[in-house]
Design a protein around this ligand. Structure first.
Ligand code: SF4
Length: 505
């Protein structure tokens, strides 16, 4: 995104007139995608990305509220930005994202130097807010969420000049798109595509329905159009994003579109070789989705299936609408698909969780043997039903339970990966690896010598297997990066780690 080309004086002065922006992002992949949208809106205003915060004329903080830590970090950065604003009062500072949605009044009180606060459903207001702030320095906020269930999402800025595609019938959809802009991204082989926003599930520990509003899906044609445009630019793998991605497709103007049907339609797009999605909700696995995994080779055999707890009482109190038994049923049906890998999310120390209930989680984890897991100690979120409870689990207990769970799951992950050493995997080559090569891969490195030269590091490449594990492998001599990136190769796993494999091509 940062242009390093030498600029003529004329070019430099016109760019400087338009200015530069910097966006600092915390949180999930949805936030990363929102940052992408924000960057597109700012590019439409003629701003370029600044390398450093201090060089930016517009600074946006895209915040996260899922845990306390990212909120603390955002407030800390806002404190530092006060000094920047004092030295350069014309700098525009905006706060966006979940914390902006939730704690706008507190942000205003603690950081009066902020120019505007924008909620999660109002990203398209950012260019107008920047323009208005430049004209009249007056604090503004835009926090409205979609008023009703069933709204569709149509106001995303275009990553590409999609209007240039002649083969797409856009007449049947209501499109409220801002003027398209050219891609600001360099060619890449993997891309994220948001297909759904908000959530209707209201889990007791989660702030998402409050911060992001009710569930809305993007029209199918819009998604297909974007994926085609990505494929035209060399993207081979798409990751579809949504809070409960497999409930996609309700309340669209075109009628209900089951998530499985969307996957099949994406699979028809020439050039797209791999399809992944995150995060699904266990109850929303229907027969057609499981069948699509079994029958469509472009849908990758990896599912991230969030368990959260292995005890029915805790699940009920979390307001997760499945039981351990129904979760296991879906899990084993998915496991029947050859090569399927399943990862999960688990929270320990939910309010009221007893030692026995935690032991139930350990026992389910031992039984199911997930390929990997994101594991968290429950973090109290004000404004959620769980956050109001007075039976919070003491911090030390949460810490201990989390360590026990991590030790168990990491052991399982290593065992599974170890058992796959010797197998040959299809790997989509992404490019040079940042990893230190193991000693057997480095010519001229002595026993016990840990440091490698840049040249030696460049000898390793990386990519993802079909089941979502990272493979680092030595580059075969004489093959240029350009020729190999984006290709699917076969690599044999030779050394297993928690994160995946070192292998040989
Ligand atoms: S399903 Fe539950 S945890 Fe996931 S976003 Fe919705 S409310 Fe939050």
């Amino acid at each position: 995104m940062i242009t390093e080309q030498p600029r003529t004086r004329k070019q430099a002065s016109s760019q400087e007139q338009r200015g530069a922006y910097k966006i600092v992002t915390w949180g999930c992949q949805m936030n990363v995608e929102d940052t992408d949208q924000m960057a597109l809106y700012l590019a439409e205003l003629g701003l370029r990305e600044a390398e450093r915060l201090e060089d930016a004329d517009v600074v946006l903080l895209n915040t996260c509220s899922v845990r306390r830590k990212p909120e603390d970090k955002a407030f800390s950065l806002l404190g530092e930005l006060r000094k920047l604003k004092e030295s350069r009062p014309e700098t525009i500072i905006g706060v966006c994202g979940c914390m902006a949605q939730l704690r706008a009044d507190e942000i205003r009180r603690r950081a009066p130097h902020v120019d505007f606060i924008v909620g999660t459903a109002q990203i398209s207001q950012i260019p107008g807010l920047v323009r208005e702030t430049r004209q009249r320095r007056r604090f503004q906020k835009r926090l409205e969420l979609p008023p009703r269930k069933g709204a569709t999402v149509t106001d995303l800025p275009s990553r590409f000049d999609l209007g240039a595609r002649p083969d797409v019938n856009r007449q049947s959809q209501t499109v409220n798109r801002s003027s398209p802009v050219a891609s600001r991204q360099s060619p890449k082989i993997k891309a994220f595509v948001s297909i759904q926003y908000g959530c209707d599930k209201f889990c007791a520990f989660c702030i998402v329905p409050t911060t992001r509003g009710r569930e809305r899906s993007r029209p199918t044609l819009e998604i297909l159009e974007e994926v085609r445009a990505l494929a035209d630019r060399g993207v081979k793998e798409v990751m579809l994003l949504g809070q409960t991605v497999n409930s996609y497709g309700k309340n669209l103007l075109e009628g209900k579109v089951p998530f499985a049907r969307l996957l099949w339609k994406i699979a028809e797009i020439e050039g797209i070789e791999r399809i992944r999605y995150i995060s699904p909700y266990p109850r929303d696995y229907r027969d057609d989705l499981i069948a699509a995994h079994r029958d469509c080779p472009k849908i990758m055999p990896h599912v991230h299936l969030p368990l959260q707890s292995g005890n029915d009482t805790v699940l009920k109190e979390m307001r997760r609408v499945y039981t351990v038994e129904s979760f296991k049923e879906i899990y084993w049906r998915l496991r029947e698909i050859p090569g399927m890998a399943i990862t999960t999310d688990i929270i320990v120390g939910f309010p009221g969780e007893t030692e026995e209930q935690f032991q139930d989680t350990l026992s389910v984890v031992s039984d199911l043997r997930f390929d990997g897991a994101f594991m968290f100690a429950y973090s109290t979120r004000p404004g959620t039903p769980a956050g109001e409870r007075d039976d919070q689990v003491p911090r030390d207990d949460k810490k201990r339970r989390l360590s026990e769970l991590i030790a168990l799951q990491n052991g399982i992950t290593c065992e599974i990966n170890e058992s796959q050493v010797g197998r040959v995997f299809e790997v989509l080559v992404e490019g040079p690896s940042e990893k230190q090569p193991p000693s057997q891969y480095v010519r001229g490195r002595g026993e016990g010598e840990r440091h490698t030269t840049t040249e030696q590091r460049k000898t390793l490449w990386k990519g993802l297997t079909r089941h979502g594990k990272t493979m680092h492998f030595p580059r075969s001599g004489g093959v240029s990066a350009k020729l190999a990136i984006g290709n699917r190769i076969e690599a044999r796993a030779e050394e297993a780690h928690l994160w995946g494999f070192y292998g040989k091509h």
